[in-house]
Design a protein around this ligand. Structure first.
Ligand code: CTP
Ligand code: MG
Length: 376
């Protein structure tokens, strides 16, 4: 509800996605772990002012759980026809209707709010961004004229209208092919307000659009290295697994050399110094503590900074004992604490063929690299 008015999102998602040239419909392409269309729907599902979602589909099935979806409508041959079919199920003439392309998954809550406030003001509101390129009118491959960029706006969706206006527009001019709803408003001399759009709110149309989106993420890489001495009368804990052996690793905490390497890699990627700065070995609080607890604290720091892990690769360097039987469990422990799919964590072991301190069994070393990213 916005100011006592019902707000309905109408999402045309019945296209073929032919220009994307993917086998699956472009709306089902995986984006951040779920189908693109679900990312689009989520923006409306999570918006406090939006009461209902009407989704128009043909080739795809939406499996996600969306409480606000009130109608699933069968799409038509064109986008315009799909929108018209969705509009038919709207009864309340005073409702605000937000028509939004299923193929624009990067719509934000703020943008949706701006459009809704625009409808309250004028009855019709669309988001737009200034054109960055110089735009020319052409005939074939000949330039006819240069358009004044100051007067141009590149418009997006959601386009918002009072239901009564949109129904009237479709009733009177719906048979004429147009590329957006606002054009129909112009045909009936209805003023349309423009509100600030968002350059990231692109329509996913061709393969470059997906490649471009990935580039908006900021990636960072981190490396971690740790060594502990092997001594009698200590448990051997590596990657959170207690391994039967005559010796264990010395340290202030449980001396989990692999977890320390992973933590250092993560702190490094975050630009947060190292493990010694965050968890000093002088601090009694960390005496004998499970390193998995410290890893969880490092994860919380990462999440507070808005990053997520893309993958981890680690190696434990030990002459003895044989670690192969425990590697999967180590990866599972790390993935569990960091809330990752197990496949995103890879842990290996190697000996140094009897050479050096690891080869002589004086200690165990571990190294880890990982990649993090965040959406900018
Ligand atoms: N759309 C629709 N019904 C149609 C055609 C398009 O609901 N008959 C929807 C699309 O699913 C998309 C939005 O309208 O969410 C914008 O259309 P577009 O980007 O052109 O998508 P497609 O038509 O699927 O792609 P293409 O034109 O490359 O086939
Ligand atoms: Mg199309």
């Amino acid at each position: 509800m916005y100011d006592g008015v019902k707000v309905i999102a109408l999402i045309p998602a019945a296209g073929k996605g032919s220009r994307m040239k993917t086998e699956r419909n472009k709306l089902m392409v995986t984006l951040e772990g779920r189908p693109l269309i679900e990312k689009t729907l989520e923006a409306f599902e999570n918006h406090d002012w939006v009461d209902e979602i009407i989704v128009v589909t043909r080739d795809i099935v939406i499996e996600g759980d969306f409480r606000k979806i009130s109608h699933r409508v069968q799409g038509g041959d064109t986008r315009q026809e799909s929108v018209a079919r969705g509009l038919e199920v709207i009864e309340d003439p005073e409702a605000y209707v937000l028509v939004h392309d299923g193929a624009r998954p990067y719509v934000t809550g703020d943008l949706i709010s701006r459009v809704i406030e625009g409808i309250a003001e004028t009855g019709a509101a669309i988001p737009g961004v200034r054109v960055k390129d110089t735009v020319k009118k052409v005939e074939g491959n000949r330039v006819k004229k240069t358009l004044n960029r100051e007067e141009l706006l590149s418009v997006q969706t959601p386009q918002g209208f009072k239901a009564r206006l949109l129904k009237e527009a479709y009733g009177r001019f719906g048979e004429q092919a147009v590329t957006d709803e606002a054009t129909l408003m112009e045909m009936m001399d209805q003023p349309v307000l423009t509100v600030e759009g968002d350059y990231r709110n692109i329509k996913i149309t061709t393969p470059e659009d997906l490649a471009g989106i990935k580039g908006v993420n900021q990636m960072k890489i981190g490396i971690g290295y740790d060594v502990h001495q092997l001594k009698s009368h200590r448990d051997l804990i590596i990657g959170g697994v207690k391994i039967p052996y005559e010796k264990g690793l010395m340290g202030h905490s449980d001396a989990d050399v692999l977890i320390h390497a992973v933590m250092d890699a993560l702190l490094g990627a975050l630009g947060e110094g190292d493990i010694g700065q965050h968890f000093p070995d002088k601090d009694e609080a960390y005496k004998g503590i499970s390193s998995l607890v410290l890893l969880a604290k490092t994860r919380d720091l990462m999440m507070a900074k808005g990053y997520r892990i893309l993958n981890i690769d680690g190696v434990v360097v030990a002459q003895k004992p044989k670690l192969a039987p425990y590697l999967l469990e180590m990866a599972k422990n790390i993935a569990g604490v960091l809330c990752l799919e197990p496949a995103m964590v890879n842990i290996k072991a190697t000996t140094t063929e009897g050479m050096g301190f690891t080869g002589l069994g004086e200690g165990i070393a571990a190294e880890a690299v990982l990649l993090i990213d965040k959406e900018l």
